[in-house]
Design a protein around this ligand. Structure first.
Ligand code: G3P
Length: 216
C-alpha cells in the first residue's frame, strides 16, 4: 500500500482532486493499492471522486455534544474507507486511540494507527488496528527516508509486531522520497509506505507515483 497523506499542504479543493485522479490512474495501471488522505474539509468531494480515501484523523466520540470532532459515523456516511489515527502531528491519548479503532471497526472502516518507534508500535498493535505505521518524528518532512537512514527502526517494529499481534500489517513513513526508499521499506518487511511532502511537492506527481508503484 502507498498512503498519500496530503496533510494541509493543499488549501483549495483543486489539488486534492487532482491527486485523487492521479492515484486512480496509477491504480488502474499498476493494481497497487494507493490511499489518499486529503484535508478533512475535502473528504466528501474526494470520496465522490475516488474510492480509496482516508481521513487524516478521527475522534473516538459518538455523534453528539462534541464540538469540532470527527466521528467515525460521519466518515462512513461520506464513503471514506478509513482513517489515520494518532499521526505524529495529531497525537491523542492511548485510551482515545483504542476507542477510535473500535468505533471505526464498528462502522466497517479501516484503521492506520501511527507510532513513533518500535516499542510504541508493538503496544498500539494490541488495539487491533488494520495497520501500524511507524514514523520517527524527527525524519518527517526531512527528505531523509526512515527506510534508508534508520532501517533498524523498521526491522525492530516488524519483529515486535510479529510477536505481539501478527495480524497487524506494518507501514513505515517519514522522509520517503524515492523508489529506492520504497524498495528498502518492502525488503525490511513492511506492507508499504506513507508519505506526504515528496509527493505533494513533486514536479510531476503522476510520474513520481508511477515510479513508487513500480516497486510493488
Ligand atoms: O504521514 C506521512 C508523513 O508524516 C511523512 O511525511 O513529508 O516526511 O513524507 P513526509
Amino acid at each position: 500500500m502507498i498512503l498519500l497523506n496530503l496533510k494541509t499542504y493543499e488549501q483549495t479543493i483543486k489539488n486534492p482532486l487532482f491527486f485523487a485522479d492521479i492515484a486512480k490512474e496509477v491504480v488502474g495501471e499498476t493494481g497497487v493499492r494507493i490511499v489518499v488522505a486529503p484535508p478533512a474539509a475535502y473528504l466528501k468531494e474526494s470520496a465522490e471522486r475516488y474510492a480509496d480515501i482516508f481521513a487524516q484523523h478521527v475522534d473516538a466520540f459518538e455523534p453528539g455534544a462534541h464540538t469540532g470532532s470527527i466521528p467515525a459515523e460521519v466518515l462512513a456516511q461520506l464513503h471514506v474507507k478509513g482513517s489515520l489515527i494518532n499521526h505524529s502531528e495529531k497525537r491523542i491519548p492511548k485510551d482515545a486511540i483504542k476507542a477510535a479503532v473500535e468505533r471505526m471497526h464498528h462502522v466497517g472502516l479501516e484503521t492506520v494507527v501511527c507510532a513513533e518507534n518500535p516499542e510504541e508500535s508493538a503496544e498500539l498493535s494490541q488495539f487491533e488496528p488494520n495497520f501500524i505505521a511507524v514514523e520517527p518524528p524527527e525524519l518527517i518532512g526531512s527528505g531523509v527516508s526512515v527506510s534508508t537512514s534508520k532501517p533498524e527502526v523498521i526491522t525492530k517494529t516488524v519483529q515486535l509486531i510479529k510477536k505481539t499481534n501478527p495480524k497487524v500489517r506494518v507501514l513505515c513513513g517519514a522522509g520517503v522520497s524515492t523508489k529506492d526508499d520504497v524498495q528498502k521499506a518492502l525488503e525490511l518487511g513492511t506492507d508499504g509506505v506513507l508519505l506526504a511532502s515528496a509527493f505533494v511537492k513533486a514536479k510531476n506527481p503522476k510520474e513520481f507515483l508511477q515510479q513508487l508503484a513500480s516497486v510493488f
